[in-house]
Design a protein around this ligand. Structure first.
Ligand code: ATR
Length: 277
């Protein structure tokens, strides 16, 4: 007896934990809208190696890779793109007839989210945080020739990252006093301050903000972080975390299926799946 052939092309996200991921909601909305006979599933995997094994065994056509596998997966895939190599993280894997190609759409997603509201070139941009997400954001903003100052709580970690990407560094504790002095035009939070579980924390005091600053938070749960609430109250233009999340997913979708992503559909699906605050 021959095995039944699969009706749908399979796409998936791999991470741990994964049960709160809204990537399936975003990607399935896009697949449905584009009338593609595919389905996007979520798999919890303990290791990056397990994820690679599953991609190959289940013949998954395209995969999103999330925390904690974005760096580890590099050793198990066959090819890696230049952007992913420089960021040091893969968030997208394309299965090219059994050969796995890793790339990164986080940097592109961050840039697209920003470019909806502002130019980047020559802008004074403060990036808060020095974790994995910060690496992609710094890479993207550097690529678009923004003038980056990186601020982080742990000084040696921040200094190391700033050196690697050739940007300025300042301790995060100085952000409130330094905003005016450095004339930051854009502030991007990549720290976990304000995330579900610590919703009432903000890396910046309300009184330190002014209406000329564009404030972006990459946290998407809650949609409106304390920082974004402060920014709104001060009259700042704000960009919430759904923007970067959706644009990085849209870039993945385009790599997976080769057609333009239905951004508005993906954004609506994401917003409907998230609590407002
Ligand atoms: P991700 O991969 O999502 O970027 P991460 O690598 O754990 O997550 O990085 C989290 C970032 O949030 C770090 O910059 C961290 O600062 P430290 O390097 O000092 O740890 C920052 N962060 C987390 N909790 C924080 C807090 N209470 N105050 C300030 N920064 C915090």
């Amino acid at each position: 007896m021959t095995a039944p052939s699969r009706q749908k092309t399979l796409y998936a996200i791999f991470g741990n934990p994964i049960n709160h991921s809204i990537s399936p909601v975003i990607h399935n909305a896009a697949l449905k809208n584009a009338k593609i006979n595919g389905i996007y599933a979520a798999f919890k995997t303990e290791t990056a190696q397990d994820a690679v094994k599953m991609i190959k065994e289940l013949d998954i056509a395209g995969a999103s890779i999330t925390i904690p596998h974005k760096t580890d997966i590099i050793k198990y895939i066959d090819k890696i793109g230049e952007t992913a190599k420089e960021i040091g993280a893969v968030n997208t894997v394309i299965n090219e007839n059994g050969l796995l190609f890793g790339t990164n759409t986080d940097a592109g997603g961050a840039i697209k989210a920003l470019l909806q509201h502002t130019e980047i070139e020559n802008k004074n941009i403060a990036i808060l945080g020095a974790g994995g997400a910060a690496r992609a954001v710094i890479y993207g903003v550097n690529f678009k020739k923004g003038k980056v100052t990186l601020l982080n709580r742990t000084v040696d970690k921040g200094e190391k990252l700033a050196k690697e990407f050739n940007v300025n560094f300042m301790p995060l504790s100085e952000i409130n006093s330094e905003i005016k002095k450095h004339k930051f035009e854009i502030i991007i939070n990549t720290t976990s301050l304000g995330m579900k579980g610590c919703e009432d924390q903000s890396p910046i005091k309300k009184e330190s903000l002014n209406k000329d600053i564009i404030v972006m938070d990459i946290i998407y749960n809650p949609l409106k972080t304390k920082l974004l609430k402060y920014a709104e109250e001060k009259g700042c233009k704000t960009i919430n975390g759904v923007s970067m999340l959706v644009y990085q997913a849209a870039l993945q979708f385009e790599l997976f299926v080769g057609i333009q992503a239905p951004i508005d559909i993906m954004k609506k699906a994401a917003e409907a799946a998230l609590p407002a605050s």
